[in-house]
Design a protein around this ligand. Sequence first.
Ligand code: NAP
Length: 318
Amino acid sequence: MNAYEVVIAGGGPGGLTAGLYCSRAHLKTVLLEKALPGGEILNTGVIEDYPGFDVIDARELAKRMENHARKFGVEIRQLEVTRIRKAGERQFTVETPQESFQAKAVIVATGGSPNKLGVPGERELAAKGVSYCAICDGPLPMFRNRPMIVVGGGDSALQEGLFLTKYASKVYIVHRRDSLRAQKILQERAFNNPKMEIILNSVVQAIQGNEFAESVTLKDLQKGSVRQLPVTGVFIFIGFTPNSHVLDPSLGIQKDAKGYLLTNEFMETSVPGIFAIGDIRHQLCKQITNAVGDGTTAAVAAERYIEGSLHLALGATT
Ligand code: NAP
């Protein structure tokens, strides 16, 4: 078994920052990431709200974070964490399909997965016009100069919808309520973009198509009317579900009703030695800046926990 002081599960901005700080503290640390370091930000185009960079390509920011963490010696492995469990007093096992790792402290940074609409045609037409990632799929030739629909009214829907206007003939934003949830600056851009049309109080009831998506069934919730809207791309951004299932149920870790992990100000979960950071933890907003701050705190807290000087909180009993 590979023995480490800290295992970091997840390599988004939070995990990479925790890796940087743990390594600087000379803790033997491994970061396990199922895909490429960078996490969710690799699914976006440009970042314009990370201090110090008024505009930066998301991939460049991710690469810089990875390089910075590696510079201080963090080991990064491309492995998917499938289970985190207790392995005795102040010891944890972090499992992947290939290998298991022993850790004195675990920093959980596994983020979340995109929510599904759950309507007919969504599953059948996934990757055939139905997508959860504009940056990955928007530039594909099949969408060029065609109408697309984006479902959702949050930051992701508007940001990704604005990105899609580069390729689409038209982008419809379909939102279930009478007002958008997204930041005002994104709303202004969306309302001012001639290629965008915002359809409020409406829901997608089904997605039709043979080989590829061809139209959606749209219901106006105020009028009760239903119509077919021809579209080639259906991009769904209706929030996400935290990947907290990797924590073994026997840990009894505290979560909120949606599955986000509860932490205190030290990023400690209810299980001493397990810390949670970034999108997986219950907090007001999910920004890169939040994840980076969480990663810093968790690394310092993990160091103190390992040396036995961290005051335990959240009702912990050991
Ligand atoms: P979100 O803020 O949770 O928004 C999800 C949207 O989907 C909401 O408008 C919600 O409607 C709608 N929705 C949820 N379930 C639905 C369903 N079953 N059918 C139809 N619509 C549904 O998620 P997000 O936009 O992915 O953002 C997640 C977090 O990342 C947020 O904290 C956000 O601020 C952050 N983020 C930030 C940026 C940035 O530029 N800084 C970019 C992307 C994301 P209701 O409004 O009615 O609930």
